[in-house]
Design a protein around this ligand. Structure first.
Ligand code: PLP
Length: 233
């Protein structure tokens, strides 16, 4: 099943990219493996999937050492200060940084561990109270502060738009985050301003996200099937 899903997913990514006049190779697929067993992850690895994302730290820490062949683990869950040490140790990218305090704590761990960890800034593009992420208005200040106070490479922005069953509803939000990233790149606020990552798009709306410039899409359900309801975001 995973093999077929992955094949369909790759075809859909290619189609959306070509339709938008983009190179399909510029889009990275993060397989969101929350609630997926080690076996399930291994099957995806056997099908050539090498990038994975996890939301829940304890679950991830129990699985990661048993999943060989993964080239990158992205942390995509809500981040608390007391979890930063383990996140820095087990992950390669943290997509959900939204406060200076967390960035400083991560930076400290990265120095202790002497490892590479890159981050994205999570944007709460819909201004939803229940969601993590910094507002569009406050993001620039956060980026400047992180640059001034840490050595963390800020590679780009990540967002989760307000939920809707209609993927077209996501489009203006994705466009807004893309425009924000362009503005920040013009102001040289990222670690590599010619190669800015935009993590946006999930199972229900990734083609729209690709059309609007996503370089990272985070897909769980379309790859691994439906999860039990246990969402915490
Ligand atoms: C669960 C999750 C995803 C994947 O969602 P699907 O709809 O299953 O593809 C992507 N991003 C984040 C932050 C998530 O929590």
């Amino acid at each position: 099943m995973i093999n077929d899903n992955l094949t369909m997913l790759r075809a859909a990514i290619t189609q959306a990219a070509l339709q938008a006049g983009r190179n399909p190779a510029d889009i990275k697929l993060v397989a969101v493996s929350k609630q997926v067993s080690i076996e399930g992850i291994r099957r995806a690895i056997a099908c050539g999937q090498t990038l994975f994302g996890e939301n829940y730290l304890q679950e991830a820490v129990a699985k990661i050492p048993h999943c060989l062949g993964v080239t990158g683990w992205h942390f995509i869950g809500h981040l608390q200060s007391n979890k930063v040490a383990q996140v820095a140790r087990f992950f390669d990218m943290v997509e959900t940084v939204d406060r200076l305090k967390i960035a400083i704590a991560l930076d400290k761990q990265v120095h202790l561990l002497n490892k590479n960890l890159s981050i994205l800034i999570q944007i709460n593009v819909g201004g939803e109270k229940q969601k993590s992420g910094i507002s569009c208005d406050d993001a620039e200040n956060l980026l400047r502060q992180i640059r001034e106070k840490t050595d963390l490479p800020v590679r780009g922005l990540m967002t989760i738009p307000p939920f809707s069953p209609d993927p077209e509803h996501s489009r203006p939000y994705y466009r807004a985050v893309r425009d924000l990233a362009r503005r920040f790149a013009d102001r040289q606020l990222f670690s590599d301003n010619t190669n800015v990552e935009l993590s946006m798009g999930m199972s229900g709306d990734f083609p729209v996200a690709i059309e609007e410039g996503a370089t990272i899409i985070r897909v769980g359900t379309a790859l691994f099937g439906t999860r039990q309801l246990k969402e915490m975001q």
